[in-house]
Design a protein around this ligand. Structure first.
Ligand SMILES: Nc1ncnc2c1ncn2[C@@H]1O[C@H](COP(=O)(O)OP(=O)(O)OP(=O)(O)O)[C@@H](O)[C@H]1O
Length: 255
């Protein structure tokens, strides 16, 4: 599909784990604002593909990426590019919330501290507050910023992890099944947050929930056995898919 000013352009992206080719040459452009959902049956390569956008596959033994991925026109696999800086620009939220074993405040302040983003305690306080507000968590935690992040509920922890990602001013947030460990109420809150964040960030979300993809995303990409089968406006994918494999998946016949 045609994307104006894409954030990412991927061409012939392949990922190997040893001799096994998990992705067979993916071409896709990702919009620079809004939510793009990756859907498809278990094992089709969604998480593997998601990890190519911030080079998280580099951290997996035996994983090898080929093809090109550009972000704002720059090759993110360029030897001169520092993956640590890339991961500040392209934040990631995982299936299981993974706050650091530190206070709520320190979880959010950690990244800005490492990147030297503030020069005083007051500036850091303001940055922590702004990030927690943006993640929709401030009101629930403002009186207990010193307690451990791991002491929050699952849904709160997931929003804390999002605040931590936001604190370093990312341009992109990758989410790998972010609601799979949450109850329906926490999931609804997270989805509302995604709706707010999408005005400001490029969000890519992997989800197993068709309903969730339909609710939160603007564009949907359907993957099947390591290939991108269909990519279109979410409404089109869910009401009038062009490929019978997409149709079978969204109607529950495969997966
Ligand atoms: N670290 C790894 N080492 C070897 N093979 C892997 C590794 N990670 C994933 N794979 C394989 O790559 C393929 C794609 O896996 P991936 O986790 O990307 O799929 P997925 O669509 O995200 O699946 P799920 O929906 O179950 O999370 C699978 O065949 C999987 O077994």
């Amino acid at each position: 599909m045609d994307i104006q000013n894409p954030k990412f352009i991927c061409r012939d992206v392949r990922v190997h784990y040893g001799d096994f080719e998990a992705l067979h040459g993916i071409d896709i452009d990702i919009a620079d604002r809004g939510v793009t959902a990756f859907i498809g049956p278990s094992g089709c390569g969604k998480s593997t593909f998601l990890r190519t956008f911030n080079r998280m596959n580099d951290t997996i033994d035996g994983a090898r990426v080929s093809g090109t991925v550009t972000m704002d026109g720059q090759d993110i696999y360029d030897k001169g590019l520092d993956p640590v800086l890339l991961r500040a620009r392209v934040g990631m939220v995982f299936q299981k919330p993974n706050p650091f074993p530190k206070s709520i405040y320190d979880n959010v302040a950690y990244g800005p501290k490492i990147h030297g983003m503030t020069t005083s305690k007051a500036e850091m306080d303001a940055l922590v507050e702004r990030s927690l507000r943006r993640a929709g968590l401030w009101d629930e935690v403002k009186d207990r910023l010193k307690i451990a992040g791991t002491g929050l509920s699952g849904g709160q922890q997931q929003r804390l992890v999002i605040a931590r990602a936001i604190a370093v001013n990312p341009e992109v947030i990758l989410m790998d099944e972010p609601a799979s460990a949450l109850d329906p109420i926490a999931t609804a809150k997270l989805e509302a947050l995604i709706q707010e964040l999408k005005e400001r960030y490029c969000i890519i979300i992997v989800t197993h929930s068709m309903a969730q993809a339909a609710r939160v995303s603007d564009k949907t990409a359907f993957f099947y056995m390591g290939e991108l089968i269909e990519y279109d406006a979410t409404e089109k994918i869910f009401t009038n898919p062009g490929d019978s494999r997409t149709q079978d998946y969204i109607t529950g016949r495969t997966g």
